[in-house]
Design a protein around this ligand. Structure first.
Ligand code: NAD
Length: 493
């Protein structure tokens, strides 16, 4: 397993020789150590990225970058099983989900390789400025050195959502993985080097948020910051970006609603509600953690949901058949149990779960938890839990459902279910969210924009929108007439 920083194409220890343990959340045992990078290492990494940018990467064509990116995709596919298993040990998620992440990560490289090629064709597009003496055109240029800060819930995939468009645009970068899950990002660094990515284009500094993330976001030579994580950290990153007027994109938290109308198929509704909150242990920014069910279906749906939630196989993500693994860390385990306790004190009614399962004495497990009668003022209703905890409430009218759904400081995602697609479209248009799923919850595609409204973030990742984040748009305007301009120097005077 790799345990060093990747700076300028060289693997090396942190300058201060610091190390950090990596814990398997299913066993609570330390199974690896990585370098604990600090501000000096971040400085080295940014300098390496800056040199690689000026040294040639910024002048490569999209087609040239696409060749390397497709080789990285192949490298990821070749190591799919190893990487998936490593991700499970690092993060806790069930192996089938980790395999899915690896496939998505490889696809992301291929997808952005296509967009990189497409960028070549967009260069120099003429703009009609309506003035025949002028010819104007647009150039798309890489922003420069990008600082990429990612969380622990999809360690490799979240890194790829940033690395792929940054590479496609022609940026160089410093990637800072979460201190809780640094291992697959380091493997990506090795695969990229084997694929022929020039030294210094992708630098990786493991370390804590304060020792590595904060100095990266403050570094004056970083032109663009892309951050995924919590709202408080996003705020700090945005403040740091403001110092130097850096471009910033933020993918933050959510408390996403799922509106289920009474004409929905019960099985379909239960299946997508389960997927919307228990997939990845509920450690999903877009998890649909507030379920609103029309009264006519409420009782039947709740009974079935509780019965199915209690049946979800839990255990070590590496074990066959497991569909719910441990939470990522002791801290997250405590945070989720505290949120559950607080909800109970606020008067919410626990329908199932809410504790560590009795047969799992080790590992940061929390059983699938369903709450009802949650006071709307309670943090359980309003704040992100980031665990397998869902609140289910009844509603009577479409207007009431929408009002409850939109009463949140977040606006990342939302879902609506009904056989009446016209109604779904109407509700989708009214939901204050950057992502709306109709008759499902959570499916995510690299081609479609991803990001939130309100305090869920700024900007969009994925799709062509993700690429624009890393580009500067330059107009080049030529005075194309032989006639003098004639403002100060009057012709014939
Ligand atoms: P976090 O904010 O604690 O940490 C995210 C990253 O920021 C980590 O790499 C961390 O080391 C770093 N960091 C911490 N303090 C920093 C600082 N002062 N300056 C710069 N970097 C710093 O979040 P987390 O606990 O890792 O992840 C969970 C959060 O991420 C949840 O709120 C979740 O909703 C959000 N999330 C959002 C999306 C999305 O696409 N919107 C996706 C995944 C996770």
């Amino acid at each position: 397993m790799r345990d060093q920083l990747l700076i300028g194409g060289t693997w090396r220890q942190a300058r201060n020789r610091g190390r950090m343990p990596v814990i398997d959340p299913a066993t609570e045992e330390v199974f690896a150590e990585v370098a604990a990078g600090d501000p000096a290492d971040v400085g080295d990494a940014v300098a390496a990225a800056k040199a690689a940018f000026a040294g040639g990467w910024k002048r490569t064509t999209g087609a040239e970058r696409a060749v390397v990116m497709r080789r990285i995709a192949e490298g990821l596919r070749a190591r799919r099983e190893d990487l998936a298993r490593l991700e499970v040990r690092d993060n806790g998620k069930p192996l089938p989900e980790a395999r899915w992440d690896m496939d998505d990560a490889a696809f992301c490289f291929d997808y952005y390789a296509d967009l990189a090629e497409g960028l070549d064709g967009r260069q120099g597009t003429a703009i009609d400025v309506g003035e025949p003496r002028f010819a104007s055109k647009v150039l798309y240029q890489p922003a420069g050195v990008a600082g990429l800060i990612v969380p622990w819930n999809y360690p490799l995939l979240m890194a790829c959502w940033k690395v792929c468009p940054a590479l496609a645009a022609g940026c160089t970068m410093v990637l800072k993985p979460s201190e809780l899950t640094p291992l697959t990002a380091l493997e990506l660094g090795a695969i990229a080097a084997e694929a022929g990515l020039p030294p210094g284009v992708l630098n990786i500094v493991t370390g804590t948020g304060s020792a590595a993330g904060a100095p990266l976001s403050r570094h004056p030579d970083v032109a663009k910051l892309a951050f995924t994580g919590s709202v408080p950290t996003g705020r700090a990153v945005m403040a740091a970006a403001a110092e130097d007027i850096k471009t910033v994109s933020l993918e933050l938290g959510g408390k996403s609603p799922f509106i289920v109308f009474a004409d929905s198929d019960l099985d379909q509704a239960v299946e997508w509600i389960l997927f919307g909150i228990f997939w990845n242990q509920g450690e999903v920014c877009s998890a649909t953690s507030r379920v609103l069910v029309e009264r006519g279906l409420y009782d039947r749906l709740l009974d079935r949901l509780v019965a199915e939630a209690e049946r979800i196989p839990m255990g070590n993500g590496l074990d066959d058949g497991v569909l719910l693994g441990p939470l990522v860390s002791e801290g997250q385990h405590r945070k989720v149990l505290d949120a559950i306790e607080r909800g109970r004190r606020d008067g919410a009614k626990l329908a199932c779960g809410g504790r560590r399962p009795e047969d799992l004495k080790r590992g940061y497990f929390v059983s699938p938890t369903v709450f009802t009668e949650v006071p709307v003022a309670s943090p359980l209703w309003r704040e992100e839990v980031f665990g397998p905890v869902v609140c289910v409430e009844p509603f009577s009218t479409e207007a009431e459902a929408l009002a409850l759904a939109n009463d949140s400081r977040y606006g990342l995602a939302a879902a609506v279910m009904s056989h009446d697609l016209e109604r779904c479209e109407r509700v989708a248009a009214e939901l204050e969210a950057g992502i709306v799923w109709i008759n499902c919850s959570q499916p995510t595609f690299a081609q479609a924009p991803w990001g939130g409204m309100k305090q869920s973030g700024i900007g969009r990742e994925l799709g062509r929108w993700g690429l624009e984040n890393y580009l500067e748009v330059k107009q080049v305007t030529t005075y194309a007439s032989r006639e003098p301009w004639g403002w100060y120097l009057k012709p014939g005077a």
